[in-house]
Design a protein around this ligand. Structure first.
Ligand code: FMN
Length: 203
């Protein structure tokens, strides 16, 4: 299966990356290829709401999003990983998500959702935040859900960890890395084999 992963954190070796690496390790062990996008290192313009995609479902801006569009069309499993910044996803990943307005037009205006493919399309959301309050994840969760549904991923598991702040703190969490690894395994299991990991919330 083609697996596409997005790392929303700009902090190299940070908590989000450590978590995502565990999920990717599990996916690769199962023999699947992962295409990883790092928005913080890409040439990505934010959406300018020009309406250019309204009638075609194609963005008129020319930058690294072209690779992302292709990967999203061809992908079957998707991992979105982001830290919480000011109660939302990072600006880097949000810019990429906003550019998926082109898929929104394709799905909802042109009534042509991205085809499901033989194995369906499933997602995994990973988030970390320094605050100790669950509320901090609500906006990020809503944005990620809108993103997944827009690219025609109708179901996704989610793992999020609060109170994880300093670089590398996630390694001290008793279960986070193991759960991310298990979630990676679950992501690429075909229907019927899939582990029940939906909506796991950790302290
Ligand atoms: C600009 C900025 C805003 C932040 N806002 C929040 C926030 O609203 N809620 C929260 O729980 N953590 C917040 N944090 C803390 C990060 O989510 C936390 O440090 C996280 O572990 C960073 O993940 P990373 O190491 O993958 O970059 C913020 C950090 C930064 C740099």
């Amino acid at each position: 299966m083609k697996v596409v992963a997005f790392l929303g954190s700009p902090r190299a070796g940070g908590n989000t990356e450590l978590l995502l690496n565990e999920a990717i390790r599990a996916v690769e062990e199962e023999g699947h290829d992962v295409t990883l996008f790092l928005p913080s290192q890409m040439n990505l313009s934010p959406c300018i709401n020009c309406g250019g995609c309204d009638e075609t479902g194609e963005c008129v801006l020319e930058d690294d999003m072209n690779d992302v569009y292709r990967a999203i069309r061809e992908g079957e499993r998707f991992i979105l990983a982001s830290p919480i910044f000011f109660f939302g996803l990072s600006a880097q990943i949000k810019a990429l998500i906003d550019r998926c307005q082109a898929f929104w037009c394709e799905k909802y205006l042109l009534k042509k959702p991205v085809p499901e493919g033989p194995n369906g399309r499933k997602g995994l959301l990973l988030m970390v935040g320094g605050m100790k309050k669950e509320k901090g994840f609500e906006c990020g969760n809503a944005t990620a859900t809108a993103f997944f549904r827009t690219i025609n991923v109708q179901e996704h598991d989610k793992l999020y960890y609060k109170g994880v702040d300093a670089k590398g703190d996630v390694k001290k969490h008793p279960t986070a890395l193991k759960e991310a690894y298990a979630a990676g395994k679950g992501l690429v299991k075909l229907s019927g084999q899939r582990s029940k990991l939906a909506d796991v919330r950790k302290t």
